[in-house]
Design a protein around this ligand. Structure first.
Ligand code: GCW
Length: 673
């Protein structure tokens, strides 16, 4: 190997994944004409010079123009010309042109961003830990140590560059379960240092804030949003923030949710709380992203809560408030129908929140490409203004043009060398950015690009395409459905093991535990059948959807089978479209999911000669583990549900290899083995 690299000089640096989809290739000489020197355009020039893969010795021009067909930071590119109305548009055009040189896509046309604000939400805590993070500690915060080192700056710059290359233009630097101390002057100093590094890459910094900060940080007696002292406290704090970070983006707030303080603690509404902050941020052009992730132990159906609380507030929010809604009504499950809050409000801006970190989809141990799930959500029709009112269109300003529109993804980034733990989890970061820029892109197209950029090789022949690109793309495209199959098929949800949210736990229900935190609340399995009855005669959550969806979901015969047990409680012998009874179908799907992962192992092993050894072995090891864990999921769920169905697992299927007692007594599956 050593000899080879000395001789060839062509073998790239160690493929440890740190370079993401921006792997350095040998560049061709190029002349770049830029309208003026400045921090943003200097980056564009540098990128073009260091990464040019087009014809050698050409001249490429960056041109600032004024063209109505180009929106905000959009751009027009051709082989030797990048035009935009803004400097950032020129930077985004640069990355697109360089990307297309590598993917072989035609270098021509206009591209406009779908959302104005394309934001990563980091659930990073000031002590450096990350809630639901599976790729090491925070890249931003290091327990109490606020000194900013050269290597911090280098890493933040690499992070900013990766984001800009896919059009991400905002970062919320800390957890929505926000520490009040985040707004201390010391922490703001570090946020300022981060903002200074991110700025030339077009990335605005935001912070999550704790609603009780005036009390817990400021020493006031109350955090009532209508109290004059409280308002004065937030004004002063906000002024301080803007004095340090003049282009600060705004606040993200999780209020009255999972024990977090909020305006309801003072008899006020979500709108009262959000508007108080929005009024203060307005002169600075800042926004409030107010989360709708709320639920209540007392309600019979958690899935209904966000809509019930927020819909009546439509029209009561300021125009610089955006309500941030998770893709599904419960919580980032492997599959949920879209949240009915998309398409519910006409006078309030609503933004989707996706989860890039794989809290419920295998952490960084499993290969699960999430773009198909997001595509499914964005393309779902809400019917808000008739057919074609997709989630994408009711949130991007096309149907109701609000002042602001945005999309957020909960980041999967940490200090691991490869940033995301699993090499393939990088694809989820990449895909979020690409979809936020263009929600009409297909997840397959995005996978195609990502594989070419991440694993491509100079001089690769047709062999590479048929033996690597295509099979690996197929594997990625199948991976989310496989995960649904071996963990929660047919609309099952929230049956994961407690605390670590990895592996099966349909039995978990300690005495005195809030029922809506236990899986039996969600699967409702008993001798009569399985599933949550959300029909008109059940919790009536179906009524939160517009027609024809309401009727479609309400009747078992017309409800898409992928959501069947989400909306219906059905007998074990219910006849499925396949002709099988429900119990058998469930067994087949669990088995199918497991076999799909076995198939991924084969695909990957066959691809060995096309991948560097480091990344090959890393992914191979993880696929082994994914297979073992999928087996535990399948056996655990089927053996548990079998106690109620009292039917055999169809004899043509593989038999369980674990006993239920053993699985129930296992150490948490997420422990590194
Ligand atoms: O998905 C759940 C997570 C919590 C998270 C919460 C939220 C940040 O288990 O860890 O808290 O949702 O989105 O607020």
């Amino acid at each position: 190997m050593l000899v080879l690299s000395l001789l060839g000089g062509l073998i790239a640096e160690a493929e440890d994944g740190h370079q993401l989809w921006l792997r350095k290739q040998k560049e061709q000489p190029v002349t770049v004409l830029s309208p003026l020197p400045n921090p943003v355009l200097d980056i564009a020039v540098k990128e073009l010079k260091e990464n040019w893969q087009g014809e050698a010795n050409t001249t490429v021009k960056l041109e600032l123009i004024s063209d109505k067909r180009i929106k905000t930071d959009g751009f027009r590119i051709s082989r030797q010309l990048i035009q935009a109305n803004t400097q950032l548009g020129l930077l985004y055009g640069t990355y697109e042109l360089l990307r297309r040189q590598q993917t072989g896509d035609p270098i021509v046309g206009i591209s406009n961003p779908a959302y104005q604000r394309r934001i990563l939400n980091h659930w990073d805590n000031p002590n450096g830990s990350i809630e639901r993070g599976y790729a090491g500690k925070s890249i931003f915060w290091r327990n109490k140590d606020l000194t900013v080192t050269a290597s911090d700056r280098k890493l933040w710059e690499e992070y900013a560059r990766a984001n800009a290359s896919v059009g991400i233009n905002g970062s919320v630097l800390n957890n929505v379960n926000a520490s009040p101390g985040m707004l201390s002057t010391e922490n703001l100093g570090r946020a300022k240092a981060i903002a200074d590094v991110l700025r030339p890459y077009g990335i605005q910094v935001y912070l999550s804030v704790n609603f009780a900060s005036p009390v817990r940080l400021g020493g006031l007696k109350s955090a009532d949003p209508l109290n004059a002292d409280v308002i004065a406290w937030w004004k002063k704090k906000t002024k301080e923030v803007y004095s340090m970070i003049p282009d600060f983006g705004g606040f993200l707030v999780k209020a009255n949710s999972e024990g977090q303080p909020g305006p309801q603690d003072f008899g006020r509404t979500h709108a009262d709380g959000a508007n108080m902050m929005a009024d203060i941020l307005k002169p600075y052009k800042g926004i409030v992203m107010w989360r709708a992730f709320v639920y209540d132990a007392k309600d019979k159906d958690r899935a209904r809560l966000a809509y019930t609380e927020f819909k009546p507030l439509d029209g009561k929010f300021r125009d610089n408030v955006i309500v941030q809604v998770k893709n599904g009504p419960i919580d980032f499950q492997p599959r949920e129908p879209f949240s009915p809050l998309f398409g519910a409000m006409k006078k309030t801006a609503v933004m989707p929140e996706f989860q890039i970190t794989q809290e419920y989809l295998g952490h960084s141990y499993q290969l699960v490409y999430l773009a198909p799930m997001w595509e499914e959500c964005l393309k779902s029709d809400t019917y808000q203004e008739g057919k074609g009112s997709t989630v994408a269109r009711v949130t991007d300003g096309s149907i109701f043009a609000g002042k602001y529109n945005a999309i957020a993804g909960v980041a999967n980034i940490g200090l691991d060398t490869n940033w995301t733990g699993h090499h393939f989890a990088q694809a989820n970061w990449y895909a979020f950015g690409r979809l936020a820029w263009d929600h009409q892109l297909s997840s397959e197209k995005i996978a195609d690009e990502w594989i070419k950029l991440t694993f491509g090789r100079a001089g690769a022949g047709p062999d590479w395409k048929s033996k690597f690109l295509n099979p690996v793309k197929d594997m990625m495209m199948e991976s989310r459905e496989a995960c649904v199959n071996y963990s929660m098929p047919l609309g099952l949800h929230h049956i994961f093991s407690a605390d670590d949210h990895y592996g099966p736990g349909p039995w978990w229900a300690p005495e005195n535990m809030r029922p809506d935190w236990t899986p039996p609340y969600y699967h409702q399995a008993d001798s009569t059948g399985i599933g949550f009855d959300r029909t008109k005669t059940g919790s009536n959550a179906v009524s939160q959807y517009h027609e024809p969806l309401c009727s479609r979901f309400n009747a078992a015969e017309t409800c898409p089978e992928v959501y069947l047990l989400w909306f219906h409680h059905l007998p074990w012998d219910y006849k499925m479209k396949s002709g099988k009874i429900l119990w058998d179908e469930l067994c087949y799907l669990y088995d199918k999911g497991l076999n799909e992962v076995r198939g991924f192992q084969k695909t990957w092993d066959k691809a060995e000669e096309y991948v560097d050894a480091e990344r090959f072995l890393h992914v191979q090891r993880r696929l082994k583990r994914q297979t073992r864990d999928a087996q535990v999921y399948k056996d655990g769920c089927l053996l548990y549900f079998q106690q109620f169905s009292r039917r055999p697992i169809p004899f043509e299927l593989e038999r369980p290899v674990y006993n239920l007692d053993f699985i129930r007594s296992m150490k948490p599956l997420s422990i590194n083995r």
